[in-house]
Design a protein around this ligand. Structure first.
Ligand code: ATP
Length: 296
């Protein structure tokens, strides 16, 4: 499938340090992409660059083949929902909605009103007087009511309680089913949003280290659990991301091909189960790969 949004060899320096380094990534259209990375990995910076809001130090971003920066048409097709919309601080909810209706070309007024009601947002309160969760809800209204071809959500669920996070995921699924909108979401709540993501992009210290469809990303990720003596043979194996042993039982977090060993391990009583996305993310991004000899 061809991509709709691409960044090629994009770097961003702040002073002497790189927030983004040589990022090349293509986002397929009509899909929800998860942008995952530890604190400070560069997610916010990358989303701002993708939206055209800040310039890269090097490299180029294109939307549908057109350069995004200094291109009003391309920029109007990309909606960035920031985790904190500081420019809204002094404005009332109703004024912010009015600005959105005037400024955002894909604005769907009916959808905006229905979302405002859904979240029960007070029209006469100023943004800075809203709770953290209500500010996120207003961002979600902007992102969903503006039918932009590309919507970038930076930590859209900050401050939302579990019920409201679930409401957001449901609204997003409704919005995307049967539509060709492309959504990129940065989040730290990986497990609960994992089902939304058709693709995962992994950022580590400013570098895109993976970008692939979620199923193949998780295809070779397992927990192996069983007798420590049986699992000892994998000490030092690069496919072992993490190991824990207790009272003769070992649990390995495994990332890689297991087809050769699988049958024999199962015959030896080793339990093999899928490794959840959140755990895989944590083990992959943990600094300094685990040295399992220390634990086993
Ligand atoms: N305006 C800025 N000036 C200087 N450094 C910056 C600026 N914006 C970001 N950085 C630095 O760039 C790096 C990436 O920051 P960024 O906010 O993009 O990370 P993030 O992945 O969104 O982090 P988090 O998950 O904690 O929100 C960090 O080291 C940060 O300190």
């Amino acid at each position: 499938m061809s991509s709709i949004l691409e960044c090629r060899q994009v770097s961003k320096r702040f002073g002497k340090s790189h927030a983004i380094l040589d990022a090349t990534v293509s986002f397929e259209p009509g899909a929800v992409h998860g942008l995952l990375g530890a604190n400070g990995a560069g997610k916010t910076t990358l989303l701002h660059i993708l939206s055209g809001m800040i310039y890269p130090t090097q490299g180029v971003v294109t939307f549908d083949g057109q350069q995004v920066h200094e291109n009003a048409l391309a920029m109007s097709s990309i909606c960035l929902v920031k985790s904190d919309e500081r420019s809204w601080a002094d404005y009332k909810v109703k004024d912010i909605m009015r600005f959105c209706s005037l400024l955002l070309p894909g604005w769907d007024e009916r959808k905006a009103l229905s979302l405002l009601q859904r979240f029960n947002l007070p029209a006469n309160k100023r943004y800075k007087q809203l709770s953290r969760g209500m500010q996120s809800q207003l961002g979600i209204v902007k992102g969903l009511a503006n039918q932009a071809p590309i919507t970038l959500f930076d930590e859209p669920t900050l401050g939302l309680d579990a019920d409201m996070r679930e409401a957001f995921y449901e609204l997003l699924i409704q919005e995307c089913s049967g539509s060709d909108r492309t959504i990129i979401i940065s989040t730290h709540l990986i497990d609960e949003s994992a089902n939304l993501f058709e693709y995962i992009a992994l950022l580590e210290e400013g570098v895109i280290t993976k970008h692939q469809d979620t199923d193949s990303f998780l295809e070779h990720a397992y927990y192996l659990q069983g007798n420590s003596v049986t699992l000892e043979q994998f000490s030092g194996d690069p496919r072992v991301l993490h190991a824990e042993s207790l009272a003769g039982t070992t649990i390995l977090a495994w990332y890689g091909d297991l087809s050769k060993e699988r049958t024999e391990l199962e015959q030896q009583g080793i339990r093999i189960s899928p490794l959840p996305l959140q755990k895989l993310f944590v083990y992959l991004t943990r600094k300094g790969r685990f040295n399992n000899e220390e634990v086993m």
